[in-house]
Design a protein around this ligand. Structure first.
Ligand SMILES: [Zn+2]
Length: 63
């Protein structure tokens, strides 16, 4: 029963987002905010090409 309510709520949210997007394409829906909150693009070290985690610089230059 609760699952049905949750599912109906999710469908309602998606439909509302679709309607808002249809009425105002520039409007940011909560779903868009979630999508936009994804991690930024992985950075790569310019010297060795390894992916950098967080804001740390690659250690290849220290060696
Ligand atoms: Zn490097």
């Amino acid at each position: 029963m609760i699952i049905k309510i949750v599912a109906a709520f999710l469908v309602f949210m998606v439909v509302m987002g679709a309607i808002q997007k249809w009425l105002n394409p520039n409007h940011k829906t909560p779903l868009d905010r979630i999508r936009g909150a994804k991690l930024p693009r992985p950075r790569k070290c310019k010297s060795c090409g390894r992916f950098l985690l967080g804001s740390d610089d690659c250690r290849c230059k220290d060696r």
